[in-house]
Design a protein around this ligand. Sequence first.
Ligand code: NAP
Length: 529
Amino acid sequence: MKPDGGSLIGFGSSGLGGALFNAFDPARDAFLEPSFQSGTVEDVERALQLAAAAAPVWAQLPGAQRNKFLSMVADNLEAKAADLVARAMQETALPEARLKGEVARTAGQLRLYGEAAERGDWLDARIETALPGRQPLPKPDHRSMLRPLGPVVVFGSSNFPFAYSVAGGDTASAIAAGCPVIVKAHPAHPGTSELVGRLILHAVRDCGLPEGTFSLLFDAGFKIGQALVKHPLVKAVGFTGSLKGGRTLADLAAARPVPIPVYAEMGSINPLFILPGALAERSAALVDGLHASANVGIGQFCTNPGLIVLQRSAPAEQFIKNLAAKLSATPEGTMLTAGIHKNFVSHTADRAHQPGVKVIVRGKIASACGAAPVWFETDALDFLSNHALSEEIFGPSSLVVWCQDRAEMLAVAHDLAGNLTATLHAGATEAKEQGDLVAILAAKAGRVILNSYPTGLEVSPAIVHGGPYPATSDGGRSTSVGTRALNRWARLVCYQSFSDDLLPPELQNANPLGLLRLVNGQWTDKLVS
Ligand code: NAP
């Protein structure tokens, strides 16, 4: 399998006229073949017309058939994993083992969301049967459930070429929820994107689904992405990337004549609080654990621990000294893109000049897109008085914040903006005395972690990958990972006083799909008599 450089508009390809661009190999500092052609506004229109035609078909498609389709996409990815990984290695400089693991994770995610679609419990089906004789007023029959929104636009991320890209979590969850998808490919890995897109379209054909189920558009700049977000036929947007990009798209969507939701997963500094008891019990293990978490993927994870909060003491200073020694010995790695590398260099240079900030580690780099750990320290009072120190630096950089006492730690926690995660390391006896700190952290983050690390996200029905702004654009009311991710692409509809034969099967008396439903206040999979 080799990419040929054209957008995929349903079963067709893009028209001529869009700007050309090439993928870039950051490890070899060289452009890759072939050239990719950006979509045009005509392509956007065609993709949206096809998606709009497919939307009613998808809305009616039983969960079992959505599952069959998603599981076929997963099979296709696994069957072509070697080709996909080979191209992704060139475009991202990520190692083979990581990319193989990511393909497996992506396939697992597609199957998990497909199974959720088939099981149907995510639909939140509720039935309140009528009481015609109720006094003083009769009670009507109410039946409600989630219904798909319609065509969804997904912006693939740069840092997960599979798991958060063309067939990644946003696409898989939107399709599981019954929505056609149009992906705006990330220009950092267009070849990988095209190959995955073609495998999705094979499954569309093999399952006999409408061609508007899926399209993939390239864009050398912002024109196509913005045209998609503004198009009246688009009903929702998924995005993973920078705060600037996510916020721009959310503002564009809010300014439409008919605003639509944008689920943007953006910046996070993922604070990690280390209490004295944890250092007393396991300082060496914390050095190893934090070092591994902060450097996996050259720190290019949205869950990277970017803020380490400690109380100053001799053991804490020794801990940071030991950690700094290990960080200094960390070999450089190649960053995903020249742009991400440029940001890393300029943001770390800027942080080094902030008042009250000292560099504690500055790794050596030799190659063009290379990066090695750059860590800083500051005092809590300097941190609290300087907003710039709360901004994410994407890559292997973290800030250690020294507190005089526990009260200062609480003040730092209070001052945090929204995050995807917040972590607490505590000793065995002190953990149960941290209720106030845990309550503050739970108000600031989508996932609160005890005595573990934020990286290495498990995709499960219970996971939450979201958080208050600026971690996400929706105030942290949703998750972009796990089966609850399906809910983002649907809205509640209540059917009042409908006869059984006119209801969707999910709400019919006989419960033909065997769903777990809330019937007159009781969760049950039994029929309604
Ligand atoms: P990005 O710049 O936010 O881009 C993400 C996607 O959105 C790309 O397809 C990009 O198109 C598009 N886009 C960005 N701004 C746009 C705008 N104003 N209008 C229309 N489309 C727009 O993210 P990135 O390229 O992946 O990396 C840049 C920075 O994002 C990193 O340094 C890091 O800080 C952050 N990041 C965060 C995460 C996370 O997990 N939250 C993941 C990756 C990166 P173009 O590429 O064509 O510009």
